[in-house]
Design a protein around this ligand. Structure first.
Ligand code: ZN
Length: 103
């Protein structure tokens, strides 16, 4: 009798563990159609590009040109500084500082 009670307790504990596991089980199978209907919105849209008036490179609208650094005819980005590596920029800064110290 005691053995039977032990077995029942073990089964109840196993059921408890299974039901408390964090795996979500879908109540219904997702059909092919509903899956495809949802994924119909996943396609990537093409970016509308315009030409940079200064250099002619294709540019995203409302963004500065990455090649010449202009936006609405004004130079916004320092493209030359960006093209240099961090080491080169530091070297240039040190050289400028030395020149200032000499003057
Ligand atoms: Zn440009």
């Amino acid at each position: 009798m005691l053995f039977l009670i032990d077995c029942v307790i073990v089964i109840l504990e196993i059921n408890n563990v299974i039901s408390k596991s964090n795996m979500g089980l879908p109540s219904k199978r997702r059909t092919k159609t509903s899956k495809k209907e949802r994924s119909s919105h996943f396609a990537l849209k093409t970016q509308s590009l315009s030409k940079c008036p200064k250099c002619g490179k294709p540019v995203l609208s409302h963004r500065a040109c990455s090649k010449c650094g202009t936006y609405k005819g004004k130079e916004v980005l320092d493209v030359k500084a960006k093209s240099k590596t961090l080491h080169q920029r530091e070297k240039a800064r040190k050289a400028e500082a030395k020149d200032k110290a000499k003057k």
